[in-house]
Ligand binder design. Structure first.
Ligand SMILES: Nc1ncnc2c1ncn2[C@@H]1O[C@H](COP(=O)(O)OP(=O)(O)OP(=O)(O)O)[C@@H](O)[C@H]1O
Ligand SMILES: [Mg+2]
Length: 593
């Protein structure tokens, strides 16, 4: 129950309206119980005495009850919808906020489909539960109890019959509950798996098609679907078994009331009106008793949904300000931008193997350091430490001597800009995508950033220029175009520290060269850590560091390293030759001009 009770603080704000909903539900659900009493009265009164004049009042009563029930149902729905939708939106934004603040390591460890299905399916389930399930779950037992009390007052024997029926009902409810809850958890987790499958196959559609592996994807999908089907069938089996018990018991009670009642009339200890009233009450009670099965199943699914929701909300914030929270808008101090790695060790959470070990590196303010290393040597990992997407496991990263873990996270992220290997654009205009790097920038600043990134030409040729929508819902750009927009996003804020993870791997050498020079000219004060594969990039840097299996293997200028480091020569080897070739082409072109 705890996961559901934890919603109490959220419910409290609208609790007055919600109590009104509960009362209306109880009223609409229970008022039918009065009808049998009136019927009994009509049979033993006006009918037995053949007195038609006494009939109109009870008939009007029945009519009024019908109207009250209809109005109650209508009002209940009208009132409850805006309240629960408001809650659903609040829960969903809380989940979204939470995901924004959780660290990259946590995101890595969760399947995206699990997060999606929690944000979508589980929260809709919660909304339905608070709109419908809970009010009925609370009012139904009251209606059943009141009905039983009424039966007992009418004729104690009838009350006893109902109570005798309650015992097997409670036993089957408890058996059902345990089994159903477990199956419902597995089924809801499987929805998460299905969501992941769909998501991956859509994102990877090009690969699947070009390798002709669509049948393979379909096969995998059908496997999880089969699993889901199995679980849903199991749920349905439990459900139908439980329902039939719930259906059978009231019928037995009814038969018993008819039998015992008729016997009582013959014996003279009860009246026909009482028996008719008793049978009718037991018929009215059928509906709530049957509904109990559905309500219980719904409550169990909601309990699972709530548990899954809190699992995400309870993820520990591991990358925070020193006080454990995250200040959205901290003061940004002035820094010169000296970036220092001091005996840094790092390993990923799922392994003890160190990806970076004992790493020492210092970049002076305004200096550009090129980091080169074989694939898998830990370059991207190193880059992700600077904006604290991951935290070091030993040692420290410092800016102007201040450990970055002692700065407010958002101050750090204001000082540091990053552009990663795979450039992600959002479904928004070019301008919005670039401005994301420095909210509030004007159009001139956006164009300057695009110019640095050598993206000005192609953007001005887009159908709507800066206003062109890109990203998933917009125009598809080439890999190199996307990289350049991502780079513009990184440089627009003129950050103190710029971290560029192979930012131009998809553009030609000429363009890369232009960008490099623009960076140095326009952002001379930014300390830059650039991960590079090409000698041309390395040659333009003030210092080059060679990373080998998580350690700095050599440090120096491009020329020095070419001389002294065999590893560096090897890394630059093939491309150095290719580069020499382009440089020739350059001078040839230059000569012609
Ligand atoms: N999220 C992760 N969990 C566990 N291990 C990881 C994770 N990300 C990367 N690694 C491992 O860490 C090592 C370094 O990866 P990293 O991405 O830093 O390499 P890289 O130098 O950037 O390579 P590339 O030049 O191919 O981009 C690799 O062995 C990789 O398998
Ligand atoms: Mg990398």
């Amino acid at each position: 129950m705890r996961p559901l009770l934890r919603f109490w603080p959220d419910l409290r704000s609208r609790i007055g309206v919600y109590i009104l909903v509960l009362v209306l539900t109880l009223l609409a659900n229970g008022i039918q119980l009065v009808v049998p009493m009136i019927t009994g009265y009509i049979i033993d009164g006006p009918i037995a005495h053949r007195d038609l004049s006494a009939l109109w009042l009870p008939v009007l009563g029945v009519l009024a009850i019908g109207v009250a029930e209809a109005v109650g149902m209508w009002a209940r729905r009208m009132i409850v919808a805006p309240v629960v939708s408001g809650w659903e939106i609040m829960w969903r934004s809380r989940l979204f906020d939470r995901l924004q603040y959780t660290s990259v390591a946590i995101h890595d460890s969760w399947e995206s489909g699990q997060l999606l299905s929690r944000a979508v399916n589980d929260l809709s389930q919660m909304r339905r539960f608070f709109a419908f399930g809970l009010p009925f779950l609370l009012s139904t037992p009251i209606v059943i109890l009141v009905g039983t009390v009424m039966l007992s007052i009418l004729q104690p024997v009838f009350g006893l019959i109902m109570i005798a029926m309650a015992v097997p009902t409670i036993v089957s409810v408890s058996i059902f509950e345990r089994r159903y809850r477990e199956t419902s958890r597995r089924s809801q987790d499987t929805i998460g798996e299905i969501t992941t499958e769909v998501e991956e196959s859509i994102q990877g559609i090009r690969i699947l098609k070009s390798f002709g592996r669509s049948p393979w994807a379909a096969e995998r999908f059908s496997l999880v679907s089969q699993k889901f089907k199995g679980l849903e069938i199991r749920k349905a089996k439990l459900d139908s078994w439980f329902w039939s018990v719930l259906l059978l018991l009231p019928t037995l009670a009814q038969a018993a009331i008819v039998g015992v009642g008729t016997w009582g009339v013959v014996q003279g200890w009860t009246t026909i009106g009482t028996v008719v009233a008793g049978v009718t009450i037991s018929m009215v009670l059928r509906m709530p008793i049957e509904m109990l099965g559905f309500l219980l199943a719904d409550a169990l699914m909601s309990l699972t949904a709530a548990t899954r929701y809190w699992e995400v909300i309870d993820i520990r914030h591991d990358i925070t300000d020193t006080d454990g929270s995250v200040d959205d808008d901290p003061d940004v101090g002035s820094y010169r931008g000296a970036l220092e790695f001091d005996s840094v060790d790092f390993h990923f959470a799922d392994t003890d193997r160190l990806t970076l070990h004992g790493l020492d590196l210092r970049i002076e303010p305004g200096q550009t350091l090129a980091l080169v290393g074989a694939t898998g040597s830990g370059k991207t990992t190193l880059a992700s430490l600077v904006p604290r997407l991951q935290d070091v496991t030993a040692g420290a990263v410092r800016i102007d001597g201040v450990d970055i873990r002692d700065m407010p996270v958002n101050e750090l992220r204001h000082l540091v800009s990053v552009s990663f290997e795979d450039p992600i654009l959002f479904s928004a205009s070019v301008a919005e995508n670039v401005e994301m790097g420095a909210p509030g920038s004007d159009e001139d600043e956006i164009w300057t950033a695009l110019e640095i990134a050598s993206a000005k030409d192609f953007v001005s040729r887009l159908p709507e220029g800066l206003g062109t929508r890109v990203g998933e819902q917009g125009l598809s750009l080439s890999g190199g175009q996307r990289q350049r927009l991502a780079l513009a996003r990184a440089v627009i804020g003129r950050p103190r520290i710029l971290v560029l993870d192979d930012p131009l791997s998809a553009v030609d050498v000429d363009t890369e060269d232009r960008v490099q020079r623009a960076l140095r000219e326009i952002l001379p004060d930014s300390t830059t850590l650039i991960i590079a594969h090409r000698p041309s990039t390395a040659a333009l840097a003030d210092v080059v560091a060679v990373l080998d299996e998580g350690r700095i293997a050599a440090l120096g200028t491009h020329e020095q390293l070419l001389e002294s480091s065999p590893l560096y020569r090897e890394l630059m080897g093939a491309s150095a030759k290719a580069e020499a070739h382009t440089t020739d082409a350059h001078s040839w072109e230059g000569g012609r001009r």
